[in-house]
Design a protein around this ligand. Structure first.
Ligand code: GDP
Ligand code: MG
Length: 437
């Protein structure tokens, strides 16, 4: 999805202010990207309107292309919508701090109780897990198993006592035992129903939790919105824990849930194992949703006239470091109508201008570069290591340039090759589950 988006963005050519047409075109793709990411339709609509209002007439920053400027605005607004910074748990000034986990059945509450307990233990807290799901068979045993895994005590009174009573008794127990944190695992239903909500309201009234944490399965996409809306309306939540992000490449639920509840997503579950849990970073999710970190496709697609097959061949060459002067020449020719290489590379998130200064390639130079490469033999082009002093001299004479210019190009080529390799390695790293790193 991001490829298409980037394609559109790279085509915006106007300078000065962003025109309504520019913005409209870009927004059509942003909208599709968000919908494909399974963001709720209404959330998308509001978002597009806000970004458009801000973008039209905006002065394009000197150092950016219009496309980059639109990306910048979209990214900023998306990050703002997700909540700009990592949101931490709060603690009660009068222990124990009570956290109440709510959510639909199967959303991951019980698992997350264990994960959270482990997380808190690392912060020198002593948690108590409380088994308030008395309805689902084996739910209590499941919490005990989880508690055992993280070496945290589990408070339960079987399935014959009301959850309200159990939670009150658990808090007293924590007080007596000097445990400073209480995590209440509640029951869920397959659908939201009144009885469930009533019971949760009663537990809330009885123990006055510091935070009610809504556990949401990110795989439910659009549905997550209804769930979040209703839990928030009827019980009032303080934060969200998004589970199963490992299975959701799109991230739309995160955006929707945050947008409708205005409550921060505090943690993310990224696997079934107890350790697969981490603080949630809204900014990272924002770029992931639009795929703006997908550098390779950015390079590929920004070069609007490079064909796909060639791009794939090139990618393979970069990977194996067989990128030659022939490829370089090919690239330069394709790049002529899309601005300097340094600018293309700057579109890559995280790659500031700094590393790229020596790569400035202006149009006049391009003519020289072409001439130099064309003066190389076939062998020299594919194996630049061959190009010694006397060959350099020959190439300079043949191309009507100087030895300095030849040297400069050889150096640039080496740098490009190294950088390509680095990008490829980074890319590989990102694909290999570095998604939240
Ligand atoms: P509950 O009904 O809300 O208490 O949900 P459970 O804690 O019993 O979890 C339901 C299922 O989701 C279990 O099979 C868990 O292993 C699984 N699960 C929970 N969190 C995650 C997660 O972050 N990633 C993955 N892949 N599975 C998860
Ligand atoms: Mg459960």
């Amino acid at each position: 999805l991001s490829e298409k988006l980037q394609n559109t963005l790279s085509k915006l050519k106007s300078k000065g202010k962003l025109t309504e047409k520019d913005v409209k075109e870009a927004m059509r793709e942003v909208k599709l990207a968000l919908l494909e990411a399974d963001v709720n339709f209404k959330v998308v609509k509001d978002f597009i309107k806000r970004v458009s209002d801000r973008a039209v007439g905006d002065e394009v920053m000197e150092s950016l292309t219009p496309g980059q400027h639109v990306i910048k605005i979209v990214n900023e607004e998306l990050t703002a919508l997700m909540g700009s910074s990592q949101s931490k748990l709060t603690f009660s000034s009068k222990p124990p701090t009570i956290y109440m986990m709510v959510g639909l059945q199967g959303s991951g509450k019980t698992t997350t109780c264990g994960k959270l307990a482990k997380h808190l233990k690392k912060q020198q807290k002593s948690p108590l897990l409380v088994a308030c799901d008395i309805y689902r068979p084996a739910a209590i045993q499941q919490l005990k198993t989880v508690g055992g895994q993280v070496d945290v005590p589990v408070f339960s009174m079987g399935d014959g006592t009301s959850p309200v009573h159990i939670s009150k008794a658990a808090v007293e127990h924590a007080n007596r035992q000097g445990l400073d944190t209480v995590i209440i695992d509640t029951a869920g239903r397959l659908h939201i129903d009144e009885l469930l909500m009533e019971e949760l309201q009663q537990i809330k009234a009885a123990v006055k939790p510091q935070e009610i944490l809504l556990v949401v399965d990110s795989m439910t996409g659009q549905d997550a919105v209804n769930v979040a809306e209703q839990f928030h309306e009827q019980i009032g939540i303080d934060g969200v824990i998004l589970t199963k992000l490992d299975g959701d490449t799109r991230g739309g639920a995160a955006l929707s849930v945050r947008a409708v509840t205005q409550k921060p997503i505090k943690f993310a579950g990224i696997g079934e194992k107890i350790d697969e849990f981490e603080p949630f970073h809204p900014d990272r999710m924002a770029s992931r949703i639009l795929g703006m970190g997908d550098m390779l496709s950015l390079i590929e697609k920004a070069q609007s006239n490079i064909d796909l097959k060639k791009a794939q061949e090139l990618e393979k060459k970069m990977r194996t470091q067989q990128f030659t002067f022939d490829d370089f020449l090919d690239q330069l020719q394709q790049m002529k109508n899309m601005g300097p290489l340094s600018q293309v590379l700057q579109m890559i998130p995280g790659m500031g201008g700094k590393q790229l200064k020596n790569l400035e390639v202006d149009d006049r130079e391009l003519v020289h570069i072409e001439a130099i490469i064309q003066s190389m033999t076939r062998e020299e082009r594919s194996n630049p290591g061959l190009i010694n002093g006397s060959r350099r001299k020959r190439i300079a004479i043949g191309s009507g340039t100087s030895i300095q210019q030849v040297n400069k190009l050889l150096k640039q080529f080496e740098q490009t090759r190294k950088m390509m390799k680095q990008f490829m390695d980074m890319e590989k790293g990102m694909k290999k589950g570095g998604r939240f790193k």
